[in-house]
Design a protein around this ligand. Structure first.
Ligand code: PLP
Length: 226
């Protein structure tokens, strides 16, 4: 097996183990492989290994990679900060956007709809104390979720969060879980909790994450961005 395949199986085994430790079914957890900064050939290799969910955090890279011939069943998740003016390009390339953190961005994604298609979106929560970081502040999460529910071309799927560097991931993910519970009381279909990266996916699984965004543990170190 290739190094990529070896790392992928090793991480999947750890995910399954963390799920079982927490009394969860590994089958209810979606592992998204974050391919940012890696060449498109890595996406193809991952697809050959059975990966069907990949993530990118920059619109331009997402647009470039999705311009390649489509790979059967592959779903693209946009997980980065989005400029409002790039919303159309993101919507054309991604099947899910995890980083909706303001009404203007939700509006722009909605306006970019074509025909009756619906886009899966998550409200990104800022779990840090720094208001300049990505995500809506926790106090405003419910209001933003209600706003998204008013936009018919968007399907509210849940919440996304990144654990702060200066806090135990478990406590940050516990807050995310609480916010998720509140939003699920507005919309029962908003069940996704997108949380957990290379360094903290086990804690995220313990806190109920349904979607993990794992990059370097699977793809190897990111190439120099140049
Ligand atoms: C890059 C990135 C990840 C993956 O990070 P790793 O530490 O490489 O697993 C997850 N989420 C977001 C939002 C990212 O930008």
């Amino acid at each position: 097996m290739t190094d990529l395949g070896t790392r992928l199986s090793a991480i999947d085994a750890l995910i399954a183990e963390a799920a079982r430790t927490n009394g969860r079914d590994p089958g209810e957890i979606t592992r998204i492989v974050v391919t940012k900064f890696h060449p498109y050939s890595v996406v193809r290799d991952l697809h050959d290994l059975g990966v069907r969910d990949v993530g990118e955090n920059r619109q331009q890279e997402l647009t470039e990679k999705t311009a390649e011939p489509p790979l059967d069943g592959l779903r693209w998740h946009f997980i980065g900060q989005a400029q409002t003016k790039k919303a159309g390009a993101i919507r054309r390339s991604a099947q899910a956007v995890h980083s909706v953190d303001r009404e203007k961005l939700a509006d722009a994604l909605h306006r970019a709809a074509v025909d009756d298609d619906r886009l899966d979106v998550l409200v990104q929560i800022n779990l840090t104390q720094d208001a300049g970081r990505g995500g809506v502040v926790p106090d405003e999460a419910q209001r933003l979720a209600e706003y998204v529910l008013g936009l018919p071309s968007l399907r509210l799927r849940g919440v996304m969060g990144v654990a702060p560097l200066d806090e135990e991931p478990a406590s940050a993910f516990a807050r995310l879980r609480e916010i998720s519970d509140g939003i699920r009381s507005l919309e029962s279909g908003a069940t996704w909790i997108s949380a957990g990266m290379t360094g903290d996916f086990a804690e995220a699984i313990a806190a109920g994450a349904t979607h993990l965004r794992i990059g370097s543990a699977i793809t190897g170190p990111r190439p120099d961005r140049g």
